[in-house]
Design a protein around this ligand. Sequence first.
Ligand SMILES: [Zn+2]
Ligand SMILES: [Zn+2]
Length: 270
Amino acid sequence: MEHLYAVDCHNHSAFSPDGFDPVEAKLARAKELGLYALTLTDHCECQAFEEEYRHRARRAWEGMARAEAACPQGLVFLKGIELGQPLENPAAMEEVLKRPYDFVLGSLHNLKDEEDFYYMRFTPKEMDRVHGLLSRYWEELLALCQEADFDSLGHLTYPIRYLEGQSGLKVDLTPHLPAIDAVLRALIRRGKALEVNTSGYRTLGRPLPDLPLLQRYRALGGRLITLGSDAHRTEDLGFGIDRGMELLRAAGFTEFALYVGREPRMLPLE
Ligand SMILES: [Zn+2]
Ligand SMILES: [Zn+2]
């Protein structure tokens, strides 16, 4: 890595249904890359907690605890989780967060009664529907930011990853900026961080969210930023983190947050 304090605080192991490799492989790769810290954040999709994610979250926790003992020297390894749709099952959120995680990502992958944006495909003729879904997305995201228990908001512009990356649609976010502002203000008010999700560099050439929204967050007073590649495969670990750190500097930030015991520790963008 090019930066002394490069960290990857959003990535998945085989404990996620869409992840591939064991935690130990992630740790070895993080060490090889020269990452300062790695926080593992396997999925807990709260609406499917009873049938699937209660055991997944428990197994991921146990796996991380085992891997901790074998962590390579010189690498900071932290235990995190990505809570999806926490407001669809607040009891699941409460139960899971009894464990002493270092870091909790709050994420919205699907709207209530809709499938994950990952599975949705649209044609350019369906732009009205797309804008309608996006409006609902910011609304549910705002509720999540106001009510859920988490540390950093994962991939703010998640639907764009698929609308643009998979359906090839150019989506103008201008009409959505007031709603996005409300989300950013809620984060700032509650002292929550905003994630720079560098997975976008793999598919879109820019992170989620990108420079204009990072500048807006800063202009509104936001200072807490976390960084993650959202790698589901070990070879993608750390991807785009250096670029994301440079983008943050371009947006005027001088430091970012690494969460330990659910408290932000500020590190320089060096
Ligand atoms: Zn996610
Ligand atoms: Zn993720």
